[in-house]
Design a protein around this ligand. Structure first.
Ligand code: ZN
Length: 188
C-alpha cells in the first residue's frame, strides 16, 4: 500500500522516534508499505517520520544508485551490498568513523532540493532487521550516507541541520516556500 510522504514543515519530521519493542505483523506491514512507497518515489531511504509516525524504523535500498558506490562488511568480511538490499533498520545505533566525506543528498520530504552534506565516510551499525533479528555491519560510501541520513530522521534531525550555513542560506527561499505550503495544507 502506498503511503503519503509528509513534507518539510510537518511537525512529525521533528519527532524523536520511539523504540520498537516487538516486531509485530503491523510493523512488518508498515515496513513493506514504506519500501513500496520509497520505490515508487524513486528514493533510496525512507524513515517512519516521513510517513507520519514517530517510530525508530527506516527502510533503505541503494541498488538503483549504481553510479555511487557503497561498501559493506559483516563480521569483518566484505559482502555484496545488493544481497543485503532492501534493508529494514529498527532501533539503529550508529558508531560513525572519523573520516569525513562530502556528498550530494536529497530527501523525499524536500522535493527537488539537493545539497552537499559532510558526514563520516563510514559507520558501524547495530539494529534489528525487518524480522526482528539483531544485525551488525560496517558500511561505507553511499550506504553509510543513507544509513546516517535515515537514522537522523529517527531522531527528528533533518539534512538541512547538517548543511553549511552558506548552503542553507542559498536554499532559504525554496525551504521557506516548501514549509509555508506544507503548513497551509495542515490548516485545511
Ligand atoms: Zn530524508
Amino acid at each position: 500500500m502506498l503511503l503519503d510522504v509528509v513534507k518539510y514543515g510537518h511537525p512529525v519530521l521533528r519527532k524523536k522516534g520511539e523504540k520498537i519493542g516487538v516486531v509485530t505483523p503491523e510493523i512488518k506491514k508498515l515496513a513493506a508499505d514504506m519500501l513500496e512507497t520509497m520505490h515508487a518515489a524513486k528514493g533510496i531511504g525512507l524513515a517512519a517520520q516521513q510517513v507520519g509516525l514517530g517510530l525508530q524504523l527506516a527502510v533503505i535500498d541503494v541498488r538503483e544508485a549504481t553510479d555511487r558506490p557503497s561498501t559493506l562488511t559483516v563480521k569483518g568480511q566484505p559482502v555484496e551490498v545488493n544481497d543485503f538490499m532492501p534493508l529494514v533498520l529498527i532501533n539503529p545505533e550508529l558508531k560513525p568513523g572519523d573520516q569525513p566525506a562530502a556528498g550530494t543528498e536529497g530527501c523525499l520530504s524536500f522535493p527537488e532540493i539537493f545539497a552537499e552534506i559532510v558526514r563520516p565516510e563510514s559507520v558501524d551499525v547495530v539494529a534489528l532487521n525487518g524480522k526482528g533479528e539483531r544485525i551488525e555491519f560496517h558500511c561505507g560510501g553511499l550506504l553509510a550516507r543513507v544509513v546516517q541520513h535515515e537514522t537522523d530522521h529517527l531522531h527528528g534531525i533533518l539534512f538541512i541541520d547538517r548543511m553549511s550555513r552558506e548552503t542553507k542560506a542559498e536554499l532559504k527561499p525554496q525551504l521557506d516556500e516548501l514549509q509555508a505550503a506544507t503548513k497551509a495544507t495542515l490548516k485545511q
